[in-house]
Design a protein around this ligand. Structure first.
Ligand code: PGA
Length: 236
């Protein structure tokens, strides 16, 4: 069964998130993770699906106004957290130092990191997508023991596909996913799950599902419309 992760970014306001919760009331999904904005985490505490966070503080606790810590997330029932989403890397200049701190604090609190990686269009036009992905993985993975790394889920999201309506071809996705899996196997001796993310929707999900190596999807915009999201879940 593929893992379906809904990254709702900042799309929904309170009325919409209430409607979203209502539409999922009679559904129970063991393979679905909903990642709302921080203010709604408490509203979504439920057995119907798993709960994730879009980010986590690099601070453990204390005087850090405006932050949300891994311990607080844990206390809200959060089981997964995105780390290194491309929108955080580009808008907030998140670097490997911060990403490493986040993964460390998450694993200390038994929250599974969903570590996001992906190349830009420029990287791809320079044929350097594999080089970029390798660097993104190694610069963070090198700092951890196997016990931490084996819990991580990878989300491969080409930056040029996020929110653009453009998806790579199945063979392009497959090539990268296999590359990532082999790299992690060779360098760290681990078989990690790899999700695909970037403009997944109810129309392209059937075609994407033909890629066997993909273990699930990280879905942005299409996870905010309850009907569309349900259609995606049901086709997986
Ligand atoms: P998208 O976003 O599905 O809207 O392209 C994916 C993501 O940013 O995780």
């Amino acid at each position: 069964m593929k893992l379906i992760v809904g990254n709702q970014k900042t799309y929904l306001e309170k009325r919409k998130i209430t409607e979203f919760i209502e539409s999922f009331k009679n559904e129970k999904f063991k393979n679905v993770i909903i990642i709302p904005s921080f203010p709604y985490l408490g509203m979504l505490e439920t057995d119907d699906f798993m709960l994730g966070s879009q980010d986590v503080s690099i601070f453990e606790s204390g005087n850090v106004t405006g932050e949300v810590t891994a311990t607080q997330l844990k206390s809200l029932g959060v089981k997964y957290s995105l780390v290194g989403h491309s929108e955080r890397r580009s808008n907030f200049n998140e670097n490997e130092f911060e990403l490493t701190k986040k993964i460390g604090l998450l694993s200390k609190n038994n929250i599974i990191p969903i570590f996001c990686i992906g190349e830009t269009l420029e990287d791809r036009s320079n044929d350097s997508e594999e080089e970029v992905i390798t660097m993104q993985i190694n610069e963070v993975f090198e700092d951890f023991d196997k016990e931490v790394l084996e819990k991580i889920i990878i989300a491969y999201e080409p930056v040029w596909s996020i929110g653009t309506g453009i998806t790579p071809s199945n063979s392009e996705i497959e090539k990268m996913v296999i590359y990532i899996k082999e790299l992690i196997k060779t360098n760290y001796g681990l078989d990690l799950k790899v999700l695909y993310g970037g403009s997944v929707n109810a129309n392209n999900i059937v075609e994407l599902n033909k890629i066997e190596s993909v273990d699930g999807y990280l879905i942005g915009k299409s996870s905010t419309d309850p009907q569309e999201f349900l259609n995606i879940i049901k086709s997986c």
